[in-house]
Every structure is written in C-alpha cells, then in structure tokens.
Design a protein around this ligand. Structure first.
Ligand SMILES: [Zn+2]
Length: 637
C-alpha cells in the first residue's frame, strides 16, 4: 500500500527534517500520494471557468487511467487546498457496457485525507475492482484563492494596468493546488482543456496555442504529447502576440510586446542551432510568454510556451541565455524528464549544459564562458552554505519541500558533470551519446539509476578506460566537486579583475574603464568587489556609471547587494522599489538575506516585505517568509 505508507511518512516525519535513516527507494516519488503501481493517468481533460474577480477556478477534471491492478479498490490522487464537490466514474466502466452513446457518470464515494504541510491532502476515491484496463474519473472541484501555484494579479499589478491577470507556476509539486491528479513526474499524460474567461482577455496554455485566436472568452487547447503534471500551465490576461519566426513568437501585454519581440528576435536561430546539436524539436511551435514582473522564476519551460521573466529584457539581448535555457528544456526536462525531484539534476544539469552550447553557437564562446564562470561562483557560494549531503547531485529530499530545497547544485554541478564527460570522451562521441539519449528516452521519465545504466552501456563501456563507474557515482553522490573537474575560465574576466584591482589600488580612473564591457563583465566587476568599500568609493562608482539608476536587472542586483553591505543610502529608495516591483526569487532572495545581516537592515526587510508581499507569487512569499521572520513569529498572519 504505497499511498498509505507515503501518507504516514509525510505526516509523521516532517518535524525531523531529513533525519530519515531508512534506505531510500530511488524509484519512489516521496512527494506524491498517488498509487501509480495500480493506476496511471494517460489523459487529462479540463473544463475550467477562470474568475479573475473572485480569484477562483471552478471546473471539472476528467482523468483517464490505465488500470494496472484489477484488484485495486482505491484511486489516490494529489490535491492541495482544493474543494472537491463530486467525484464520478464513467458508468460503462462500472457496468461493463460497450454502448457508444453519451457515457453515464456515476458518483463514487471519496474523502480527503488530513492535509500535510508539504504534500497537501490525498484524495481517496473508492472504486470497485475491475478487469477493465481503462477507467475514467470525473472530478468536480474548485480552487482556493491561496492556491500555491496560482498568482492572481490586480489590474494595477500588470504592465497594462487595465485588466486582471492570472498565471500558474507549479514546478515542482504545485499542480495539485489547481488540478486534482497524480502529481508526480513519473506519470505522463496528454491533455485537452476548455477555458472560459471574461471575453476581453486571452487564455494561453502549455499546449497548442493559436496566435490568431479570437478573443471571445472561450479557448480550447490540446497537448498531444504526454507530459508530466508540473508542465501543465495556464495564463490569462490582456495579451497580444507578435511573430519572431515561422515557428516562434512572443505573447506579452501591450506595453511590452514590441520590446519583447525585439529582445527575443533570435529565438528562431536558437531553435535551429539546438536542432542541429540535439535532434529535432518535437513540439511544433515554440512561443514565449512574457510574464508580469512578479513571476518567481527566470523562466519556466512550459512546453510550446515558455513563461519568461521581464527582468531578462535588458534592451541589448545580453540576458537572453534564459531563452536558450528554457528552449533547451524541450529536450532535457520536457522530452526526457526526471522521475522524481531527487533526479532534478537530469532536468537542470543537462539543460544548463545545453543552454551553454546554444549560447556559444549563437552569441560566441566568450559569452558562454563568462556565464559558466558566474555559474561556478554561484555554485561555490551554495557549497559554502549547504551541508555535505545536499552538495550531491542526487539528493535525499524526503520530508522536505523540493521547491525550497532547490539550489544551484543540480544546475551548475550537473552542467560541470556533463562538461567533464564532454572533455573526457571528446565532443564528437559525447554529442552522439546525447542525441542517442534523447531518442532513447523520448517522452519518458527516468531516475538517476536509469541514466547511469544507459551511460554505462553507451559511453563508459563502449569507450573503456576513460571514465569509471566510481567516478560517475562520485559526481552524483559525493559533496563538492571531484578534483579532476574541468572548470570554466573566462579571459574576458581577466580584464575586469585587472581593472578592479587597479582602481582599488589607485592606479586607474573609473572614467576610462568598461566602455565595451558586456553585462556579465559588469556583474563580475561588482560581485568581486571587497565587501567593505566605504561611502566615498561607492559614490565614486555610482557617479561614474549610474548604477543606482541601471535598468539592467542583473547589474542592478549586484549593485544593490554592494549598496546593502556598505549601507550606501543614496540607493535605498531604488532598493525598495526593486524589491517591490520584482518577484524573481534569484534576484530578490539574496537581497533580503543581505539586509537581514544587520538590525537596521532587518527592519527595512520586514517593512518592505510586508508592502511587497501582496504582489509576490505564493512560492516567493514562502521562500522569503522564513528569511525575514526566522523564528516564525508572524506565522499567524
Ligand atoms: Zn531549468
């Protein structure tokens, strides 16, 4: 009884936080209640009414399952904060009839288990045992306004300021807060959806979108390829569309659409590059949806329609590697998917590696290597704060929220593992291996152990004596980096390091420095400043380069980190505005952490967080709340 075991583990073990000493079962998803050994969803049908006023989605989810166990009498699904009004089963399944007329639906007994703070509530549906291989269930339900995957924005919180906006962000385990289903990446299903909205807004999904869709308040979607639940995504707002190529385009609010299409004009050539390297793009169109600034991530690889933060629009395409990243997920992540969140490095490490290959091909090696060095800096900072067990690629996430446990390890250490294999076996062999890997596991979800078996058969054993199995296991399970890791270097940063130290030593003026620097060089210039610069030097920098007024979100982030450390008051207003207007966790979480290091900063952090909170996505609030209220004193709010 897998569902019940998981239920008990979830409920009982949470306070001990990772102290679980029972051996981990790599094939088991510890973040789902679903009894996937007995039933597996194959199709999801949605009929949803989106009410932007009352912030509720009401609807019906019709799930089709393959029954694996004829004796099973319970179907267990994942939910979180859902109100379940009714559950019914297709009567033809009950009676064994084969009538082709409209199916009859018969109500089935169901109940919700006590909610677990991380996993939500198991929805347990009683079913009669059956020899049929297919079963269909219909669930009539509604969401709560606090659903963890949904952000409801008021008109004022959007770029256009006239219409409300809704978007979902569900990875890793948030889909259960807006659709009752088997919320585990082990299960892949196709989906169809009918979405009803007010007639003046447009709905888009991670599915086939029609760029010419009429605005009439009724939108239908189909995702014909089987995808894991976390990739079902929806956005509703006052959106426009602009083409950037035959297979690519941008959706955005009107005030943003022109700039967005310009910034992301290279998407089509990124796609062509990726196809040359990794095999055909298998999802028909690739469009980008520019999100409101509150979007918690840099991007989310929702298939056929990546959701992208507007903070990568610097005006000069200097931050568009995020597009290369989300596009690369069309191979690593969406086509071949991690089977559990322990295996997230198979999604993210591969994707950062692919991203870097695409960036190198489209924008040159220099940009790719600068980004790799910045990534390594971030990884080292994470190693410094993480306990050894969490520095492994395949980490034990039992009893933890996989969203809050995410670090740069699966991304950057994962990338370095693939860079290592690339260097050891040579580009030609490694590229052939990658293409074979994507073909072999296309539309499948795999564990680290399945990857290892494929790696052994197709690379390690085919070219023996180059990398051993133990070396692979060290990458995946040991802390830190192996001594023979191949680390990135950037000659473009050597110039920057020289300029910085010359200025600090009084050998160089600021005014003749940085004229041709790229964004990444400015970020590196600021990130490696000594922590205590003093007011005079801060003001000298600000006057020379106008950092306080920078419109480049990454440069501004690095500057504000420095401003907090140095208590540089002229940037205070900008800091508050930045924290209130941006919800991207990577940019704002470190600023809150930095503020919390002094008593005065902590007061600012709490005050600004209280003001900004209503504009943040629930997952951003969940990430920042424990930082600004470490003892949980404001939990009651
Ligand atoms: Zn990613």
């Amino acid at each position: 009884m897998r569902a019940l075991t998981a239920l008990l583990m979830g409920a009982a073990a949470i306070p001990s936080m990772g102290a679980d000493t029972t051996p981990l079962d790599p094939a088991l998803d510890y973040h789902s209640y679903a009894n996937v050994d007995q039933f597996r969803a194959t199709q999801v049908g949605l009929d949803l009414q989106v009410d932007l006023e009352s912030k509720v989605i009401t609807g019906v989810a019709e799930l089709q399952f393959k029954r694996l166990d004829p004796a099973a009498t319970q179907l267990v699904l994942d939910t979180r904060d859902l109100t379940i009004n009714d559950v019914s089963q297709r009567a033809t399944d009950v009676l064994g009839a084969t009538s082709k007329s409209e199916p009859i639906w018969v109500s089935r007994p169901f109940h919700l288990e006590k909610p677990d703070p991380i996993l939500g509530s198991a929805l347990v549906i009683d079913l009669p045992p059956s020899r049929k291989t297919v079963e269909a269930i219909r669930i009539d339900y509604e969401t709560q306004p606090n659903a963890s995957a949904l952000q409801w924005l008021t008109p004022k919180q959007t770029a256009g300021r006239h219409h409300a906006f809704l978007y979902t962000h569900a990875e890793p385990i948030g889909t259960r807060s807006w659709i009752p289903l088997q919320d585990t990446p082990q299960v892949r299903a196709t989906y169809k959806a009918l979405v009803h909205t007010e007639s003046h807004v447009l709905a888009v999904m991670s599915a086939g979108n029609d760029p010419k869709a009429k605005r009439n308040g009724e939108y239908s979607f189909e995702m014909p390829q089987p995808i894991p639940s976390y990739l079902i995504a929806l956005a509703v707002g006052d959106l426009e569309f602009k083409e950037t190529g035959p297979r690519t385009g941008v959706y955005a609010e009107k005030p943003v659409i022109k700039a967005a299409a310009k910034e992301f004009a290279d998407t089509e050539s990124m796609m062509e590059t990726a196809e040359k390297l990794f095999g055909p793009y298998r999802w028909a169109r690739y469009d980008i949806l520019v999100m409101p600034p509150s979007f918690p991530m840099g991007g989310m690889e929702n298939p056929r329609l990546s959701f992208i933060t507007p903070t990568v629009m610097a005006g000069d395409k200097s931050l568009v590697s995020v597009i290369a990243h989300e596009l690369a997920h069309s191979w690593s992540g969406n086509l071949v998917t991690n089977a559990t969140w322990r295996d997230a490095w198979l999604n993210e490490g591969f994707t950062v590696y692919l991203e870097s290959r695409i960036t190198a091909a489209v924008y040159g090696e220099q940009r790719a290597s600068m980004e790799a060095v910045l990534g390594l800096d971030g990884l080292r900072a994470d190693f410094a704060r993480l306990k050894p067990a969490d520095q492994a690629l395949a980490i034990d996430l039992r009893d933890r929220d996989p969203d809050l446990a995410f670090s740069l390890v699966p991304y950057e250490k994962g990338r370095l593992f693939l860079v290592y294999l690339d260097a050891k076996f040579g580009r030609e062999r490694f590229d052939a291996f990658l293409r074979g890997y994507f073909d072999h596991f296309a539309f499948k979800s795999i564990t680290t152990e399945q990857f290892n078996q494929y790696l052994e058969e197709n690379l390690l054993n085919r070219f023996p004596g180059i990398v051993t199995r133990d070396q692979v296991l060290a990458w995946e399970h040991a802390p830190g980096l192996p001594a023979d890791a191949v680390l990135p270097v950037s000659t473009a940063f050597v110039t920057v390091d020289q300029a910085r130290s010359d200025w600090l030593a009084g050998r160089r003026q600021l005014r003749n420095l940085g004229a041709d620097w790229a964004t990444q060089q400015w970020v590196h210039f600021l990130d490696d400043m000594p922590p205590a610069l003093g007011a005079a030097r801060m003001s000298e920098l600000d006057q020379a380069f106008g950092f306080t007024k920078s419109q480049n979100a990454e440069i501004e982030h690095s500057w504000l980190m420095l401003a907090i450390r140095n208590d540089y008051r002229p940037s205070n207003a900008r800091l508050e505005q930045y924290l209130e207007s941006i919800g991207r966790r990577k940019l704002i979480v470190p600023l809150y952490q930095e503020l919390m290091k002094t008593p005065a900063g902590a007061l600012t952090a709490k005050r600004v967080f209280d003001k900004a909170k209503p504009g943040y996505h629930p997952t951003t609030v969940a990430a920042i709340e424990p930082i600004v209220n470490p003892s949980g004193e404001d939990d009651a709010q």
